[in-house]
Design a protein. Structure first.
Length: 183
């Protein structure tokens, strides 16, 4: 059986983040044949600047790009900040989108899950992450996005919520891409 590698980008830098804990739980409970790697170091990426992205980009950029490039799939687990995705996630996608047309996200199945303590559950952040990843060349699986309101729900211990999160991961892992029409 082949191993499916999923790079996980966590949109919150806070050590006690519910989204980080959710990502860790998904990693720890990954089904057989699936490995989830939390891509660390997003906080060390400088803001995207094409002047820095030459022959020798910063080491933090090289490491994050390599981890995502080595994965078969990308899962984002993120909250929502001020109605959009956190800046650290947006910046990571910017770096991963380069070089244009050949970035680490190109042709990778991509899905977003997460929670925010609002009635919307991160819906706008997740839509923005999907849109940005799509522009970067990822194969966005919008139908598996899980935006979970964290209001009155213990996200990490609610069986229905965890089942939805696991279902999104399963859909990402089992996604079959259409054969390329390039000859």
């Amino acid at each position: 059986m082949s191993q499916t590698r999923v790079a996980v980008l966590v949109g919150s830098l806070r050590a006690d983040s519910v989204n980080r804990k959710l990502a860790e739980r998904l990693r720890d409970e990954a089904p057989e044949g699936v490995t989830l790697e939390l891509v660390e170091g997003l906080e060390h990426l400088p803001f995207y600047n094409e002047d820095l992205d030459g022959q020798t980009p910063p080491e933090a950029v090289t490491q994050v790009r390599a981890r995502v490039a080595a994965a078969d799939r990308v899962l984002v687990v993120t909250p929502e900040y001020n109605g959009t995705m956190p800046a650290v996630l947006n910046n990571a996608i910017d770096w991963l989108s380069r070089p244009y047309g050949a970035g680490a996200l190109v042709a990778k199945p991509f899905a977003v899950v997460g929670t925010t303590p609002t009635p919307y559950g991160g819906r706008w952040a997740h839509a923005d992450a999907n849109r940005s990843a799509n522009v970067a060349g990822a194969v966005v699986l919008e139908d598996v996005t899980v935006s979970q309101p964290g209001v009155d729900v213990d996200v990490l211990n609610d069986a229905a919520v965890l089942d939805r999160m696991r279902g999104a991961l399963d859909a990402l892992v089992t996604h079959q891409q259409a054969p390329s029409s390039a000859a």
